[in-house]
Design a protein around this ligand. Structure first.
Ligand SMILES: Cc1cc2nc3c(=O)[nH]c(=O)nc-3n(C[C@H](O)[C@H](O)[C@H](O)COP(=O)(O)OP(=O)(O)OC[C@H]3O[C@@H](n4cnc5c(N)ncnc54)[C@H](O)[C@@H]3O)c2cc1C
Length: 460
């Protein structure tokens, strides 16, 4: 259906337009859904979950063809920041900005079963993980994502996806079989193991640098009910607690994936999934965790996985300011790492310190198989605080122990971050592909892979 003709915006709306944007040249296909600063819908469109923003224009394509149109418009505005938004939960990727463009693909949120015998599912980038879980549950299926159902498919499934089923089923990207991507030049390509395999490799870990993914095809797993535990501990010795937590997780069966939130005031919270609906299995696998330190609270239930994804209800995004977050990976919780973690907490510069368990099926995948290459990591560690100076001061004690970082949890724009996210060989491969597919670096408002320089020409 052709879009409704749009009436010209009143003067009071035009008065709030930002410089450098050809508002009157917005493609016809996008004009009816675009939001600009004076529009009534701007309050709900300008910010993301964690980040406040004042973009000059939010384009909201409703179809893949409209994503192509939006990128053509973005190419004419290369002087402006360009945010790509799916679910708006970005920490590293900028899906809002000040005075720039945002392409919001939230409307591309369809979830459809392509082949029930293979459990092959096609999901739009705008779907939220709570909707994915709800759609798969009636089939007795799950697709592990992260720990927050409001996160969008687009941002998470182009970076990794470290979640409660990670040790059993791997990262979210490990379930990908194909993607459809609109590239910087506006071409729409399908990438899988045989068609554009290098792009398919790159999307699984560094996707934000290569285009706008408009569809993901995943093979999902069979599972419905899981054991869900929330355990709170009194912690007198955080370093000791961290070592014991690491030891228990390493020894735990893959069905169990625990996350840990630790604060500086002597309380630890373990949130764990045991991928079984058998209470005996659940309790026996939780027992070693429960014995780490004195429990001050405990709750264990058997619940549909989809229920876990509804823990955080949907609400309009009203982020303010800039989030400050740091991210690191470790291969073991050694006494040295644990000691550094305890000193970080004691320093007081972070208000949120979290470890997510990895290993298991995540480590089964060859590091060269996806652009997410840190397959030997046993834990992802992240910390948040008020100011970059304070967080960095505290985080510095941990830095020497880190083997890399998960790019999704780091808010810094420091060009060095890309070296932490990708080992040298991975980064070189990404930069070569970037030079081919996005040589002018249109997709740069993320942990940016800079295009490799052109090889020097030999003299004629
Ligand atoms: C509260 C919270 C909890 C989280 N928990 C976890 C967790 O447990 N595990 C985990 O792995 N991650 C977790 N994350 C991190 C999350 O996966 C990333 O921030 C992710 O980028 C968010 O995706 P989004 O689509 O919601 O974000 P958006 O803000 O919409 O996008 C973030 C960035 O992703 C890129 N991007 C978005 N859509 C596309 C697309 N269609 N094509 C190409 N690139 C795109 C862009 O660079 C964009 O700037 C969490 C984040 C938050 C805020």
């Amino acid at each position: 259906m052709p879009p409704e003709p749009t009436s010209p915006r009143p003067d009071r709306v035009r008065a709030r337009r930002r410089p450098g944007i050809d508002y009157d040249g917005v493609p016809t296909s996008l004009a009816a859904t675009a939001v600009e600063p004076g529009d009534p819908g701007y309050r709900d469109a300008r910010s993301t979950y964690l980040r406040g923003g004042h973009p000059g224009l939010v384009l909201r394509p409703q179809t893949t063809g409209e994503v192509v149109d939006a990128l053509a418009f973005a190419r004419r505005h290369r002087h402006l920041p360009l945010g790509v938004r799916s679910g708006g939960h970005g920490i590293s990727g900028r899906s809002t900005n000040d005075g720039g463009l945002v392409i919001d693909v939230g409307a591309l949120d369809r979830i459809e079963v392509l082949d029930p015998t293979r459990r092959l599912v096609r999901i739009g980038p705008g779907a939220r993980w709570r909707d994915v879980a709800a759609a798969l549950q009636p089939h007795g299926w799950v697709l592990g994502s992260g720990d927050h159902g409001g996160v969008g498919v687009g941002g998470l499934a182009t970076a990794g996806g470290i979640g409660y089923l990670g040790r059993l089923h791997g990262l979210t990207i490990d379930h990908l079989r194909a993607v459809e991507v609109v590239l910087a030049d506006g071409s729409l390509v399908r990438a899988d193991e045989t068609e554009h395999p290098e792009l398919f490799w790159a999307v699984r870990g560094a996707g934000a640098n290569f285009g706008v993914v408009t569809a993901f095809e995943f093979v999902v797993d069979e599972l419905t009910d899981v054991g869900w535990a929330q355990l709170a501990f009194r912690v007198d010795d955080p370093a000791r607690f961290l070592v014991d937590f690491g030891r228990v997780v390493e020894a735990a069966p893959r069905q169990t994936t625990p996350n840990l939130i630790l604060n500086g005031s002597g309380v630890a919270q373990v949130l764990a999934v045991v991928a079984s609906d058998d209470p005996e299995v659940v309790l026996s696998q939780l027992q070693p965790l429960a014995s780490i330190a004195p429990l001050i609270q405990q709750q264990v239930v058997i619940t549909p996985y989809a229920e876990l994804m509804t823990m955080f209800p949907a609400a309009p995004h009203r982020g303010l300011g800039e989030p400050v977050s740091r991210s690191g990976l470790v291969t073991r919780l050694t006494p040295e790492v644990a000691d550094a973690g305890a000193r970080l907490l004691a320093d007081g510069g972070v208000h949120f310190f979290m470890l997510r368990s990895m290993g298991g099926a995540i480590a089964d995948v060859d590091p060269g198989a996806t652009a997410f290459a840190h397959r030997d990591a046993a834990f992802s560690i992240s910390a948040m605080g008020r100011s970059a100076a304070e967080v960095d001061r505290s985080w510095d004690v941990l830095r020497p122990h880190l083997t890399g970082s998960y790019l999704s949890f780091d808010s810094s724009t420091d060009p060095d971050r890309v070296h932490q996210a990708f080992p040298p060989a991975t980064l070189a491969r990404l930069r070569a592909l970037k030079a081919e597919l996005d040589p002018t670096n249109l997709f740069r408002d993320n942990v940016n892979v800079v295009p490799a320089p052109e090889p020097a020409r030999s003299p004629a």
